[in-house]
Design a protein around this ligand. Structure first.
Ligand code: CA
Length: 515
């Protein structure tokens, strides 16, 4: 009798504890981080785009929060991904450039920390870190840059398979595959890495011609003459001179030989050929020169870029629909970000790298039902080093001491967020030089109103901007009368940030910088 009673008690205790553990585990939110490549905030309607509409991404703004000042710390693909995983600046995580650097997977990682917090972790799509995913339970990733059409994917442990179809659709399909086969006893964290909208902007067949009847407005500083800005004048990333007529704009391209189309099947080639033969004919229909030619290129660039983005946005909408239909929307945090911003003709450019607004800022939206009030806008300076600590915080984990960012969860919870103590200055450091775009390495500081940058290697010049008076950053006021106190103050703060983030190399350069 006594034994029976003990057994019953033990069973009750087990049952109670077991179910408690399970229900508290179930409360942990799932987290999906949709991470695109080179997708400019100027191309997102929630950010006030004058160029296009993005109903998929806009849902996250309507149902969640939009950060107006989400900044990257080194505006380039691989380093941004390394920062997402480490919560550290490039000089601390070792991944400064998009070269053959091997990503050091032995350092504390977002993925591994989430595993330790009880999460099942997955990476699907573009990764671009010269290493296999570390700290991920599941992956199906593109090798390197990947292909837009009929791409290879690497799945576990290291098998490469070629799939038929368009990359954005396949990434959504494989993301859903993971959700279908996941362990439903555990919360999940999934990075959905999109290839779009990386160069050379090959749209999905169904999106070709979407913008044929659209005339895109030129950015205000499209014809920037770079006066007073030595480094801006010496890059190699203009629509005028750098953008390739064949590979980028697809004029007179050889469908049999060009590497752009080496993944296409015959049907896909036929559809592309029919479309771009018309584009080529239009190009040859008139002997355009000077501004007329540059503007023709700009229109074509926008056409291809935004048509490529159309599939990205549609696929984001489809993933959100899947969450709705499968009862996952309520308890799943959805984040959308690009690895950095991108120039859509501002300063006459495409590409990224510079500390100027369009590549420093990146889109960042987060939906968290019940926590983030729908339609929230957050203006504080949030950095990509904050992404990992914030996600770990949202998951209820412990942020590794090495991570340099801080959780933005208090900004989300306070609603207006104005009362939350937060950084007033952001630090930036770009390295890759000279190839591929000859942008001089530089570091700088951005406050809510001002920006001070020093271009070293190749540059050796300071730049100062008043973003309130000069939002398109064409007037370098460094050294101008009346800016002495402001400059000294910003230099002091810049040095403090370098010390705080332990950027020794930058401190040495700063010590020797010309006044
Ligand atoms: Ca990128």
């Amino acid at each position: 009798m006594k034994t029976k009673l003990l057994c019953l008690l033990a069973a009750m205790v087990l049952f109670t504890f077991g179910s408690n553990a399970q229900s508290s585990e179930k409360k942990k939110p799932n987290i999906i981080f949709i991470f695109s490549d080179d997708h400019a905030y100027q191309a997102i309607s929630a950010y006030g785009s004058k160029l296009t509409t993005t109903p998929g991404i806009d849902r996250l703004a309507k149902e969640g929060a939009l950060f107006t000042n989400a900044l990257v710390t080194n505006s380039i693909c691989g380093p941004s991904r390394a920062t997402l995983l480490t919560g550290k600046y490039s000089h601390m995580n070792g991944y400064k450039r998009n070269d053959r650097t091997l990503f050091d997977t032995t350092q504390p990682l977002l993925s591994r920390t989430l595993q330790q917090t009880g999460y099942q972790t997955a990476w699907v799509g573009k990764m671009h870190l010269n290493s296999l995913p570390a700290g991920f339970d599941y992956w199906n990733v593109l090798p390197g840059q990947g292909h837009y059409y009929n791409p290879d994917f690497i799945s576990q442990p290291n098998d490469t398979t070629r799939y038929k179809g368009y990359v954005s659709d396949l990434i959504t399909q494989f993301s859903i595959d993971f959700l279908e086969k996941r362990d439903t006893e555990k919360p999940f964290f999934m990075i959905v890495g999109h290839k779009a909208t990386h160069r050379e902007w090959l749209p999905d067949l169904q999106d070709l011609g979407t913008f044929d009847d659209t005339k895109f407005p030129l950015p205000d500083n499209f014809y920037d003459n770079y006066a007073g800005r030595n480094s801006a004048a010496h890059q190699d990333m203009t629509i005028d001179k750098t953008m390739l007529l064949k590979e980028d704009l697809k004029v007179d391209i050889d469908y049999q030989k060009s590497w752009i189309y080496n993944r296409f099947d015959d049907k896909q080639k036929k559809v592309f050929k029919a479309y771009y033969d018309k584009v080529s004919a239009d190009y040859h229909s008139k002997d355009r020169k000077g501004k007329e030619l540059i503007e023709w290129k700009y229109q074509r660039y926008m056409n291809d870029y935004l048509s490529t983005a159309k599939s990205l946005d549609r696929n984001i909408g489809q993933l959100l629909d899947y969450l709705d239909k499968n009862g996952l929307a309520e308890n799943t945090i959805v984040i959308y970000a690009s690895d950095q911003g991108f120039y859509l003709g501002e300063h006459g450019w495409f590409d990224k790298r510079f500390i100027y607004e369009e590549s420093l800022k990146t889109p960042f939206l987060i939906r968290y039902p019940g926590v983030v009030k729908p339609g929230t806008t957050i203006d504080q300076l949030m950095l990509n080093i904050d992404w990992a600590p914030s996600i770990i915080d949202l998951a209820g984990g412990k942020v590794p001491a090495q991570m340099q960012g801080k959780s933005f969860l208090p900004l989300l919870q306070s609603g207006t967020s104005a009362k939350t103590p937060w950084r007033k200055e952001a630090y930036y450091h770009y390295y890759e030089y000279p190839q591929p775009h000859r942008v001089h390495p530089h570091f700088g500081i951005r406050t809510d109103r001002y920006k001070l940058a020093y271009f070293y290697k190749g540059g050796d010049s300071w730049e100062l901007y008043d973003l309130q008076e000069d939002p398109t950053e064409v007037s370098n006021i460094y050294g101008k009368q009346g800016t002495e106190k402001l400059t000294a103050d910003l230099k002091q703060k810049l040095k403090k940030l370098m010390q705080e983030y332990k950027d020794k190399e930058a401190l040495e350069i700063l010590a020797k910088a010309k006044p």
